[in-house]
Ligand binder design. Sequence first.
Ligand code: HEC
Ligand code: HEC
Length: 266
Amino acid sequence: MKVKYIGMLSLSVLIISGATSEEIGQAISPEDWKLYEEGINPGEVFAEEVGGDLFENPMGPKKISCASCHVKEGDVEERVATAAAYYPKYDKDAGMIINLEQRIQICQSKHMDMKPFSLKSKENTALTTYLYYLAQGTKIDVDTRSPMAKEYLKYGRYIFTLKRGVRNLSCQVCHEFAAGRVLRMQWLKPLGFEYNGIKGTTAADHWPAFRMTKNKVQTLQQRFQGCQKQGGQKKLPLGSKEMVALELYVKSLSNGAELKTPGLRR
Ligand code: HEC
Ligand code: HEC
């Protein structure tokens, strides 16, 4: 009980009114941001050089590459090059809704007879980031209408609002209730276009992103895990129904936004 109380107290102390903390909210100066944005995004280098190479690289006992099936007349076929805008979606091989990372795994096991790269691996993230990079400029359009998508969205929203962990926090507490305020020198922002008149970040349009504080590219689900850890919650496993539902829900909030992937975040 004591732990919980201190946790809640520390959150309210940590949250400072946005109006008085304009500068601390920006740990990276606007000038630096501009430089980074005009200059080189290490995430793009990772996408092209690590992800692109893996895509072309023959793998597994059959020694075939992703490209051998998915490149037609020199170009990655349209549905694969834009797939990032439509996942998570229903997959008939899986019989359920999965994300892009998991579709890559299915191709590896089903079509390449190999043990798929784990969802935590740098290799899976590299291939995923490459596909998101190819889909740059495509509008996010995840399914929100089929009965299964509706069930997942409802579950995703449930996970979003579920208070868990030693501090009894939910995603909603920070990204809706406290939106517009500053926590530990970072703005709390809604994840879609807006919430209650507060402008959001359309978060799903720039993940996977290169994180300067981690010095590596992370996927959207890995970003969720970062928030879970910071919020004192047990991390939900990558690829679990809970995470896929949460991803579909968060991504649906950015439906209509163009992918700017990979992004660049602090
Ligand atoms: C032997 C051929 C083959 C190889 C090799 C292969 N795939 Fe596939 N891939 C397929 C087929 C067939 C489908 C379509 C499945 C379906 O529509 O049910 C597919 C589907 C996909 C999709 C989903 C497209 C959509 O419309 O949703 C993606 C993304 C993808 N593959 C990526 C990859 C990646 C990345 C690799 C390398 C790790 C790879 N594939 C290797 C045959 C292959
Ligand atoms: C304790 C408060 C807190 C909780 C709880 C929390 N977050 Fe966050 N979240 C933050 C902060 C602070 C940031 C960094 C803001 C930024 O990058 O602009 C952030 C960033 C994010 C981002 C990246 C936003 C962007 O535009 O790049 C996503 C996505 C996200 N959170 C999702 C979640 C989800 C899903 C949950 C629940 C599992 C959650 N967060 C729980 C505080 C929280």
